[in-house]
Design a protein around this ligand. Structure first.
Ligand code: NAD
Ligand code: ZN
Length: 478
């Protein structure tokens, strides 16, 4: 079959690979009709996600038809039309039982690697790095879905792929981001990033009762979508000072909750953003948290920072002092897709919710490299792209399941392939292993010496200038 295979930064190849097969009793094989490209795929395409192996199949947003099932599956049958969740979850461990599917204890066969980087392992993820299992993804003609009774949602036949595919990721992700804000009547929510995740966060914030949503980006077509489809007010971050504008729009208080839907590849023209870019290039920092810094500074006292934007490792100069002294609450994480998708499907079926406007481009799977470049560079007004595998595009010849080839090494998790050494080396180089993190901390510690600052006058003495200078010197000014 054809699949989009990762070979390095800016290097994807559409290759012929063996078709996936049922490996475990709860597996299902899905014939993909549409697969979307996600902002998370860009972290791999841009070479910032650790633990990738050459030939890995990308893609975690998939809709299609079940063609084969393992003998342990109940409720999922060949012929079912399904959406797959990007987070792979067993449904039975303590985390899954609490609805924390993206923290499943059983679905990451490379948990030991993830523990080196994160202390504990999150769930396995479809089409993602070997840190989360190295599962073959769904930008392909077929994909294997493990624990398919938990990982697949049956969807009705009378709706279009574009209406249902957002359930795989961006719709639950935007919804979780908004739900984490604990929105109260009258609240103002600010959303950084008007990509698909930001757009869904805007919609969800209103669904959950926000009075105002203010969204921030620099791409005119995305800001227009946020206004027209989402009903948000907008700020163009290159034309306006975001912190000043948010203060002005909220009578000085700041937004009650700030959703950061940008993540580790934020752009910006300020000094901190330029320093991030340089540090990320030489791997002294794994992400560029410019939008996160802004969100923390903007948020009202006692407010909430909700982070759907992805981070993978170490970030610098996060204004922890602001977060601490304003008593902010932080919520974040990969989305618990399966917790939200039943309720969201009901809203789609009833006509209350239709996110199909996100999909601005349909591109044949064969042209995946061009599609990724267009999405990365945000050219041609792109917001979200659907890739069409040719078999699905011509739409006719479904092959009987017994014809599916019986060996696909790429669809088994990487541990079987013995790539552990390479992945560990990659983690070390990025300062992400326990040992690497220690080395990195040593490199970055300030030189020995007198760390005392000048004595601070109290405000009562009216010496604000001195205080301002001192804050600026310590890099704590805005
Ligand atoms: P995207 O690349 O389409 O959108 C990102 C947007 O952020 C772009 O429109 C860009 O112009 C904007 N942006 C960049 N710098 C900014 C800044 N300083 N201020 C405001 N906006 C800025 O990506 P997407 O698909 O919408 O995904 C967004 C983030 O969400 C990514 O980090 C992605 O990995 C993450 N994500 C997380 C989950 C999860 O489970 N938590 C799921 C899906 C995606
Ligand atoms: Zn995604």
């Amino acid at each position: 079959m054809k699949a989009v295979c990762w070979y390095g930064a800016d290097d994807l190849r559409v290759e012929q690979v063996p078709e996936p097969r049922v490996v475990n009793p709860r597996d299902a094989i899905v014939r993909v009709s549409s697969a979307a490209i996600c902002g998370s795929d860009l972290h791999m395409f841009d070479g910032y996600a650790p633990g990738m192996g050459k030939g890995d199949i990308l893609g975690h947003e998939v809709i299609g038809e079940v063609v084969q099932v393992g003998e342990g599956l109940t409720g999922i049958r060949p012929g079912d039309r399904v959406v797959a969740a990007f987070a792979i979850a067993c449904g039975r461990c303590a985390y899954c039982q609490q609805g924390l599917f993206s923290l499943c204890d059983n679905s990451n066969p490379n948990a030991a690697l993830a523990e080196q980087a994160f202390g504990h392992s999150p769930a396995g993820m479809l089409g993602y790095t070997h840190l989360t299992g190295g599962y073959a993804g769904g930008q392909a003609e077929y994909v294997r879905i493990p624990y398919a009774d938990v990982g697949l949602l049956k969807v009705p036949g009378n709706l279009r792929d574009e209406q249902l595919l957002p359930l795989a990721d961006v719709l639950p992700t935007g919804y979780q981001a908004a739900e984490q804000c604990n929105i109260q009547p009258g609240d103002t929510v600010a959303v950084w990033g008007c990509g698909p995740v930001g757009q869904m966060a805007i919609k969800s914030a209103y669904l959950l009762g926000a009075e105002r949503v203010i969204s921030i980006d620099r791409l005119p077509e995305r800001l227009a979508m946020a206004r027209e489809q989402g009903g948000a007010e907008t700020i163009h971050f290159e034309q306006t000072d975001v912190l000043d504008a948010l203060k002005e729009m909220t009578a000085g208080r700041g937004p009650d909750a700030c959703i950061e839907a940008v993540g580790m590849e934020a752009t910006g023209g300020t000094l901190d953003a330029l320093i991030d870019r340089a540090k990320q290039a030489v791997r002294m920092e794994t992400g560029r948290p410019h939008a996160l810094r802004q969100a923390i500074m903007a948020c009202r006292k006692g407010g909430t920072i909700s982070l759907p934007g992805v981070y993978v490792g170490m970030i610098d100069m996060v204004p922890m002092g602001a977060a601490f002294n304003k008593g902010l609450t932080f919520r974040m994480g990969q989305t618990n897709v399966q917790k939200y998708w039943h309720g969201l499907l009901e809203r789609i079926v009833s006509g209350e919710l239709d996110a199909s406007y996100l999909f601005t481009h349909h591109i044949p799977l064969d042209n995946a490299l061009d599609a990724y470049r267009m999405f990365r560079d945000k050219r041609e007004g792109v917001v979200k792209i659907i890739l069409k595998p040719r078999a699905a595009a011509v739409g006719s010849e479904q092959r009987p399941s017994h014809e599916l080839a019986m060996e696909n090494l790429r669809s088994t998790p990487s541990q079987a392939e013995g790539e552990r050494a390479t992945v560990e080396e990659d983690l070390r180089q990025r300062g992400l292993s326990a040992e690497g993190a220690q080395m990195r901390t040593a490199e970055m510690s300030p030189p020995e010496g007198d760390m005392e600052g000048p004595e601070l006058p109290s405000q009562a003495e009216g010496d604000r200038d001195t205080v301002d200078d001192d804050l600026a010197e310590k890099g704590a000014g805005i």
